[in-house]
Design a protein around this ligand. Structure first.
Ligand SMILES: [Zn+2]
Ligand SMILES: [Zn+2]
Length: 246
């Protein structure tokens, strides 16, 4: 059996670690076999990871977390970028067209730009086979009840469920993960397509909520500043990265 964490953010979007540091950390400090860098609305981090992957133990799957008009969509095995700002259905169709696998990222999770239950169920009913699955365990979801709701959605829809950390800092990589038969990125793709996967929940310490609320508030604050003044936002981002590393 292999393990995979298919939703990790790097400095190419709002993560705090470089791609190099993520690959090193995952290879040396975790048991993960496969990871995906899935940054917000850019494939840059994923493509960099693919280039560097030979030097590390973990295998890499290219991914991207796309902002649709109805919430985040996680695209895996995607090698051509898909534009943000389209509907959920158009985005998923484009991902399929480019040979990728579209997953509903953290459905129903509050404050995360997530698709809601009704909309998702409606898409699954009207477009069978469009979505490859549901992120049933998200290690960064602010409350376990969002993962419980996502699990219920995957059972009701019959779609495969994956588990991911949605890590923005190194030490949460692999907190939630997906178990699959095999070890390689190609074994994983087969497992995802046949639904032979199990999403594993994150073990949460007492400090989880406090720490995540702090991270979330910082990220949200920075993005507000950035929307008003791009340069000031970037300065804050660099400063926060330094704080996180220290
Ligand atoms: Zn997201
Ligand atoms: Zn994310």
């Amino acid at each position: 059996m292999g393990t995979a964490d298919l939703h990790i953010h790097s400095v190419h979007s709002d993560g705090t670690a470089t791609v190099d540091a993520i690959l090193y950390h995952a290879s040396v400090n975790t048991d993960l076999d496969v990871i995906a860098i899935a940054d917000h609305d850019t494939l840059e981090g994923a493509l960099e990871a693919q280039k560097l992957a030979d030097r590390f133990r973990v295998e890499v799957v290219p991914g991207m977390e796309i902002s649709t008009t109805e919430g985040h969509l996680l695209a895996l095995y995607l090698e051509t970028p898909v534009n943000a700002g389209m509907s959920y259905i158009d985005t998923a169709e484009q991902v399929r067209l480019f040979g990728g696998l579209p997953f509903a990222a953290h459905p129903t999770a509050l404050l995360f730009a997530s698709i809601g239950r009704r909309k998702l169920e409606n898409i699954v009913e009207r477009y069978p086979g469009l979505l490859a699955g549901i992120e049933a365990e998200n290690g960064s979801a602010l409350h376990v009840r969002y993962n419980e709701a996502a699990q219920r959605l995957r059972w009701r829809s019959g779609l495969p469920g994956i588990g991911n950390s949605d890590a923005h800092v190194l030490n949460t990589i692999g907190s939630a993960y997906t178990v699959f038969p095999g070890k390689t990125a190609s074994d994983l793709r087969t497992a995802l397509e046949t639904g032979s996967i199990v999403p594993m929940p994150a073990q949460r310490s007492d400090r989880f909520f406090r720490r995540h609320v702090k991270h979330f508030a910082l990220r949200f604050g920075i993005s507000v500043v950035e929307s008003l003044d791009v340069r000031r936002g970037e300065e804050l981002r660099v400063r926060w990265r330094r704080v996180r590393r220290g």
